[in-house]
Design a protein around this ligand. Structure first.
Ligand code: NAD
Length: 476
């Protein structure tokens, strides 16, 4: 629970924005324009379920239309409210600017607990919500393109895309009205894993910079680093899984709704995920220390803390007790503005949400481009690339034969070298490139401008500057 006197999520975003924007020399009016949420639509609608009519409340906030379409996920949770969607929409604006995806910011939500409904009921509710948004152009390939967020995934996105296609039968770009769709409905390879994958790429880039590591009182590589993750949903699961299986990090703590589990030697992430699906929570996972107060595990010793569930979990109540020297905000807004100051004073380095979880919107951008171009990435060039690589290998082999060498290319190398890049490889490459470039833009300000004491402020500065330039170039 967030403490009573804590700023709300939107207030926290505003406080952090103000801290950064005061360092920029742009007109006061423009500062205000960039900060304000342009519009928030509330829709209330009824759906006939279980012999009665149940009413639902949903939101779609449009924060900034300096670029269109605006982009942002749709969240299903009982705590969804206007303040929350507006905070999330603002973060989307800044995030898109930071990682150079050509979108404004938006966010939506529906107040419901998806676990209370079966699949057929969820489809009826989602289609009706989508209908309400589509008829107001709040879902539209050129104006407003949603994506998954907490409580939603590929299934909901496929229903939304289909609902749009049914209502706009002549729109040839209908599939681009939403991203995060399954592959068979116009999705893109690598979108499901994208946000967690982005967290991994962000940490890899951070660990390439010894100067940054030193600021977090860390050294070496990710191999063997202890990680505690909160939320083993889409983002947390993929981040923890890749960091463990590909970088050798040790996942010592996992926090879920029902509590937290701890094991010094580390967890097999897939095995814990299966346990959660089968048992409804982490309690009882073999060989682990369980605590029903999951949040207390946030305060446990570790090298890297990954809050990947919801906002406000690190606040003025627990910030002073956090021991992790490095926190990467995989969730949106997990650290409140007051906790941010406390942690900064303690010397904790925070990789901020607007950068850390930008992998999702980055790959959503690729999916939108794929939908508009009506062709899978790599389809034209993959085999051509393969043929050229095979030619190089054949020439090298001929040369070695002519020189009388018995030079053998290993099969592993031959396969890796000659395989042309398919969609998944291209998506991962584009994502890695995006995460590296955005990190470098943040860190150069962090190190070069003495007024910038943390990565969050530099992330805001990079983003606000780009948005301000865009407004200035085209007028309001
Ligand atoms: P999800 O619904 O797939 O997973 C959330 C997980 O958190 C679930 O496993 C849930 O059980 C757990 N959880 C919920 N309340 C909890 C609590 N009080 N304590 C511990 N665990 C709790 O959602 P997601 O898509 O992984 O999103 C998680 C966060 O990442 C959100 O803040 C979201 O805005 C952000 N995010 C998601 C994406 C994306 O592509 N899905 C992109 C950017 C940011």
């Amino acid at each position: 629970m967030t403490p009573q006197n804590e700023p709300s999520f939107r207030e926290s975003v505003d406080i952090m924005y103000n801290r950064a924007v005061e360092l920029l020399n742009i007109p006061v009016g423009l500062k205000k324009q960039i900060q304000l949420c342009n519009a928030t639509y509330t829709v209330r609608f009824g759906v006939r379920l279980r012999g009665d009519i149940q009413t639902f409340t949903g939101y779609r906030a449009v924060h900034s239309e300096h670029m269109e379409p605006v982009k942002g996920g749709i969240r299903y949770a009982t705590a969804v409210n206007q303040d929350e969607v507006e905070a999330l929409a603002a973060l989307m604006t800044y995030k898109c600017a930071l990682v150079d995806t050509p979108f404004g910011g938006s966010k939506g939500g529906l107040c419901l607990n998806p676990a209370d409904y079966d699949e057929h009921e969820l489809e009826l509710i989602t289609r009706r919500f989508a209908y309400e948004l589509i008829k107001r152009d709040l879902i539209n390939p050129s104006q407003n393109v949603p994506a998954p967020d907490m409580g939603t995934g590929e299934k909901e996105m496929a229903w939304i895309a289909d609902q749009y296609a049914r209502m706009k039968t002549t729109d040839i770009n209908a599939k681009a009205c939403v991203t995060g769709k399954p592959l068979n409905s116009g999705g893109i390879a690598g979108r499901v894993e994208a946000t967690g994958r982005g967290v991994q790429y962000a940490l890899r880039e951070f660990f390439r910079e010894p100067k940054d590591l030193a600021k977090a009182r860390l050294s070496g590589s990710l191999d063997g680093k202890n990680i505690i993750v909160q939320g083993l949903g889409n983002v947390g699961y993929h981040a923890a899984k890749f960091l463990n299986s590909e970088d050798g990090a040790v996942i010592t703590g996992i926090i879920e709704r029902d509590g937290g589990i701890y094991c010094e030697s580390g967890f097999n992430v897939d095995s814990v995920k299966t346990w959660i699906i089968e048992n409804g929570g982490v309690e009882g996972y073999p060989g682990a220390k369980y605590s029903s107060n999951g949040a207390s595990l946030l305060e446990e010793k570790c090298d890297i803390l990954i809050p990947a569930a919801l906002e406000g979990v690190i606040n003025s109540d627990n910030a002073a007790n956090i021991k992790a020297p490095l926190i990467i905000e995989a969730a949106n807004g997990p650290i409140t503005a007051s906790a941010d100051s406390i942690l900064k004073d303690k010397g904790c380095v925070i990789i901020p949400d607007m950068y850390a979880n930008a992998g999702g919107v980055t790959v959503s951008y690729f999916e939108w481009v794929k939908n508009l171009s009506h062709i899978r990435f790599g389809r034209m060039q993959r085999r051509e690339q393969e043929a050229r690589s095979n030619m190089v290998i054949a020439e090298l082999e001929k040369l070695s034969e002519a020189l009388g060498d018995t030079w053998n290319i290993s099969e592993g190398f031959r396969e890796k070298f000659s395989n042309g890049a398919g969609e998944l490889e291209l998506v991962r490459s584009g994502l890695d490139d995006t995460m590296r470039a955005a990190f470098q833009s943040m860190r150069s300000l962090w190190h070069e401008d003495e007024r910038v004491s943390d990565l969050r402020t530099s992330a805001y500065l990079v983003a606000i500057k780009k948005i301000a330039d865009s407004y200035t170039a085209k007028g309001l």
